[in-house]
Design a binder for this molecule. Structure first.
Ligand code: GLY
Length: 344
């Protein structure tokens, strides 16, 4: 078992990482929740795999009910949000009842947003079951839905009471989905934990230890900047170009981040910010996990990133590695960007 604590001004919470934890959830939930009713939100894929077991592991201590949403990004909509709220109200949810997000990123983001807004806020616990959600969206309190064709455009910061990760859930992911999560895990090593990168070279099982090493990077960044106003941008390493590539092609998020990291590494080397050894080292690790390392010329994507919604008042925040496990935020005016890149 590995335990991390995310220490925030608003609310501190534990992340527990333990093989087989889904079979004794009550033990942990009782540490953060003293009332008797729990509502689980999950999707129709995760339902088949884990819902019965999860209910079994809770029902000796709690009255458990659930709402199931269709799997997939389409469920991160205002329609599904309204539907879930309606069902919870019909089932008699009260504002001191606990919500559990059981599933991947869509379930986590939607359930977190319900928890942030229904009754102006309910407690919730995250039980992420995909590697991508375990690595990223379940930690740090970003919740939300897509709207008007824009991803995560409506949302709120809402920290969970606890995050419970069972590494054995990774066994049911298909290879591509598993590697999708590896993109974010490798990113954590790249920006903040060179030791993790070393560990990955032997392609170990992604166990409690590796997950904890990776999340310790996200934890530190979130603690330094809970509301994403500064240091938290470091988590966007590989996302500047990755996001543009993800929107244009049929890549999963972690795959696009892999390509975006390589593009950022090449630019960082040109600008003499990034140590040259970073490119080979990271490319080799990405290849171990079958992540795409296709060459994309950054010049073809400069316009996309200049118009990206993440840019604030004409300033682009590039995240560059300096060395393996260390990064910097490099602010550059969008007008200067092309000029600067042409010079190198
Ligand atoms: N996914 C980036 C963040 O949590 O800030």
């Amino acid at each position: 078992m590995k335990e991390l604590e995310v220490k925030l001004n608003t609310n501190s919470y534990k992340i527990i990482i333990e093989d087989g934890l889904l079979n004794h959830l009550s033990f942990y939930i009782k540490q953060v929740y003293q009332n008797n009713k729990i509502f689980i939100i999950t999707d129709d894929n995760v339902e088949k795999l884990y819902l019965n077991n999860v209910i079994k592991s809770l029902e000796k201590d709690f009255i458990v009910d659930y709402v199931i949403i269709p799997h997939g990004e389409k469920s991160k909509s205002i329609i599904t949000y309204a539907d879930v709220c309606e069902k919870l109200i019909d089932k008699g949810i009260k504002r001191n009842n606990l919500l559990i997000a059981l599933g991947g990123g869509v379930v986590g983001d939607l359930c977190g947003f319900v928890a942030a807004t229904l009754y102006r806020g309910l407690p919730y616990v995250g039980i992420p079951t995909s590697l991508l959600a375990q690595m990223d969206s379940s930690i740090g309190g970003k919740t939300g839905i897509d709207f008007y064709n824009l991803k995560n455009i409506i949302g709120a910061f809402k920290q969970p009471k606890m995050v419970l990760i069972d590494p054995l859930t990774l066994n049911t992911l298909d290879k591509r989905e598993f590697n999708n999560g590896m993109g974010e895990l490798i990113k954590h090593g790249a920006i903040g934990n060179a030791n993790l990168l070393n560990m990955l070279k032997s392609k170990p099982r992604i166990d409690e230890n590796i997950i904890a090493e990776s999340l310790s990077v996200k934890k530190k960044v979130v603690e330094a900047d809970e509301f994403d106003l500064g240091d938290r941008m470091k988590l966007n390493f590989g996302h500047t170009f990755g996001h543009a590539i993800e929107l244009k092609y049929n890549y999963k998020h972690g795959e696009a981040v892999a390509i975006g990291m390589l593009m950022a590494l090449r630019i960082g080397i040109k600008l003499k910010i990034t140590d040259e050894e970073c490119l080979n080292e990271i490319e080799n690790i990405l290849k171990l996990y079958d992540l795409p390392c296709d060459y994309f010329d950054y010049n073809d994507y400069l316009d996309d990133i200049i118009y990206d919604k993440k840019n604030i008042a004409g300033v682009i925040n590039f995240i560059f590695l300096t060395h393996l496990g260390e990064c910097v935020i490099y602010k550059i005016d969008e007008n200067k960007l092309k000029e600067k890149l042409n010079e190198c």
